[in-house]
Design a protein around this ligand. Structure first.
Ligand code: PLP
Length: 449
C-alpha cells in the first residue's frame, strides 16, 4: 500500500472566531440568493480540501468524517483524480455519448462489470446521480419482467426525484409536501436488529417481508425488490445475517429482479468493493454513485446482460450521462482504490472506530448501539436510562454532539429515521493519527452530552 502525499497539512486547526468573518459574509450573500430549501449542515464555507482535511475561507482546518456524504473516499483532491480530470478536460468536456461516443465510458463499464459481484455476463449504463441510477434500474426491471410493482423497505433512502421519493421511506424532509408520488411502490419491514421486538433471525425477518409481499402484492406482479445492503440515510442499519441472501434467493425463484442500491455502500466503503459481498449476495442489478468518481458526478447501473440488453435502443440515456471528465475521474479513483487497497483500509478504519466507540459506550448510558461495516460506522443514541428498555431515540443529544465536535474542528453527519444516529464516513485515505484525533473529539463530545 502506498499512501498519497497530501498538499494540505493533515491537521485540525481553528484560527479563532467560528464561523469566521468570511464565512459569515458568504452566509449573508447566500441567504439573499440561494433557495432556502437547500440546507447545509456546516456553517463554514470551503476554500480548499485535501485528504481528510477541509480548509474554510477563514483558514480553519476541519477533519472531514463525512466525505461529502461518502463521496470523496479517495480523498478530497486525490492527485490521480486531479491529473486525470485535467488531462481529460483539455481534450473535450462533452460530446454526449448518445451522439459521439468515446473510450472512457467503455473503460468505466469494463471496470464496473469486472468489480461488481458475480462472474455472469454483465452490461453497464452510466448516469449522473444516484437517484437517476435507481430510476433507471427500475425502468430496466419493469421492461424486462413486464411487471409493475416495486418492493422497498422501511427506513430506505433512494433519492429525491419523483419515483425515488416514492421509494424513500422518510417523509420529513425528503417527501413532505412534494406528492403525489409514483404508484406501484410497496413497503415492507426491514431487518433492524437493534429495534426488533424479538430476537428474530435474518432469515425469519426476510420471510416476514416475503409473506407480506406475497399476500399484499403477489410475487408475479413484482418487477423488482430494491434494497440498500447497509441502509444509509435510514440509520446505517445492517440487516441481520441471512436477511439479504434469503430475499435474493426468493427473488431468483419468483423471477423478481433483485436490485442492490449500493450508491452509499459501494466502492470499498464497507471493507469490500460492494457491501453485497459480505454475504455473497449477487444482485441482478446494482446501482452505484457517490464514491465512484472521486467527487465528480457519475452514477451507474451494472447487472445481468439479459436484463439490460432487453431495453430497446435509445430507451436508456441522458444528455450528460457518463460525461467524459467524470469517466476519467472514475477510472483514476478506481485505480487509487486498487493501488492503495482501500477496501482493506476501510476494514481497519472500521475496527479502529468500533473498538473506540464501544469503549466510550462503557462510560455513558446514551449509546444504544455501535454498528456498521468497515468505514461506514454509526452510533445510535438513546435517552439516558432507556438503553436496556425502551431505547427512546435521543435526537437532542445527537445534535448537541455534532455541534460540539464541529466547534472543535470535526465534521460529522447524522442520519436515521429518528434523527438519533451519528454516522462516520471518513475518506478512506485518512491517516491513523488524524482519525484518532477526530475520535478523541467525538468521545469528549459524547461524554459531555
Ligand atoms: C445518496 C443516495 C441516493 C441518491 O443519490 P443522489 O446522487 O443524491 O441522487 C440513492 N440511494 C442511496 C442508497 C443513497 O445513499
Amino acid at each position: 500500500m502506498t499512501a498519497t502525499a497530501t498538499r494540505l497539512e493533515q491537521k485540525r486547526r481553528l484560527t479563532g472566531a467560528f464561523p469566521g468573518p468570511r464565512s459569515q459574509e458568504l452566509a449573508q450573500r447566500r441567504s439573499a440568493v440561494v433557495a432556502a430549501g437547500v440546507a447545509s449542515s456546516v456553517p463554514v464555507y470551503a476554500a480548499d480540501a485535501d485528504g481528510a482535511i477541509i480548509r474554510d475561507v477563514d483558514g480553519n482546518q476541519f477533519i472531514d468524517l463525512g466525505s461529502g456524504i461518502a463521496v470523496t473516499s479517495v480523498g478530497a483532491s486525490d492527485p490521480a483524480v486531479v491529473a486525470a480530470v485535467q488531462e481529460s478536460v483539455e481534450h473535450f468536456t462533452h460530446t454526449c455519448f448518445m451522439v459521439t461516443p468515446y473510450e472512457g465510458y467503455i473503460a468505466v463499464a469494463e471496470q464496473l462489470n469486472a468489480l461488481t459481484p458475480g462472474d455472469h455476463e454483465k452490461r453497464t449504463v452510466l448516469f449522473n446521480s444516484g437517484a437517476e441510477a435507481v430510476e433507471n434500474a427500475v425502468k430496466v426491471a419493469r421492461l424486462a419482467t413486464g411487471r409493475n410493482a416495486v418492493v422497498v423497505f422501511d427506513h430506505a433512502y433512494h433519492g429525491r426525484t419523483n419515483l425515488t421519493m416514492a421509494l424513500t421511506a422518510k417523509s420529513m424532509p425528503y417527501k413532505h409536501g412534494f406528492g403525489p408520488f409514483a404508484p406501484e411502490v410497496y413497503r415492507v419491514p426491514m431487518s433492524y436488529p437493534y429495534r426488533e421486538e424479538t430476537d428474530i433471525k435474518g432469515e425469519d425477518a426476510a420471510r416476514r417481508a416475503i409473506s407480506m409481499i406475497e399476500k399484499q402484492v403477489g410475487a408475479d406482479q413484482v418487477a423488482a425488490i430494491l434494497i440498500e445492503p447497509v441502509q444509509g440515510e435510514g440509520g446505517f442499519i445492517v440487516p441481520a445475517e441471512g436477511f439479504l441472501p434469503t430475499l435474493a434467493a426468493w427473488a431468483k425463484e419468483t423471477g423478481v429482479v433483485f436490485i442492490a442500491d449500493e450508491v452509499q455502500s459501494g466502492f470499498c466503503r464497507t471493507g469490500a468493493w460492494f457491501a453485497s459481498e459480505h454475504e455473497n449476495v449477487v444482485p441482478d442489478l446494482i446501482t452505484m454513485a457517490k464514491g465512484i468518481a472521486g467527487g465528480l458526478p457519475l452514477s451507474a447501473v451494472t447487472g445481468r446482460a439479459d436484463l439490460l440488453d432487453a431495453v430497446h435502443g435509445g430507451g436508456l440515456g441522458g444528455t450528460y450521462g457518463g460525461n467524459p471528465v467524470a469517466c476519467a475521474a472514475a477510472l483514476a479513483a478506481i485505480e487509487t482504490m486498487k493501488e492503495q487497497d482501500l477496501a482493506a483500509r476501510a476494514a481497519r478504519i472500521g475496527d479502529t472506530i468500533s473498538s473506540r466507540l464501544r469503549a466510550v459506550a462503557e462510560k455513558t448510558d446514551i449509546i444504544g448501539e455501535v454498528r456498521g461495516r468497515g468505514a461506514m460506522m454509526a452510533v445510535e443514541l438513546v435517552k439516558p436510562g432507556t438503553a436496556a428498555t425502551t431505547k427512546e431515540p435521543n435526537p437532542e443529544a445527537t445534535k448537541a454532539i455534532v455541534q460540539a465536535a464541529l466547534a472543535e474542528g470535526v465534521i460529522l453527519l447524522t442520519c436515521g429515521t429518528y434523527g438519533n444516529v451519528i454516522r462516520l464516513l471518513p475518506p478512506l485515505v485518512i491517516g491513523d493519527e488524524l482519525l484518532t484525533d477526530a475520535l478523541d473529539v467525538l468521545e469528549a463530545a459524547i461524554l459531555a452530552a
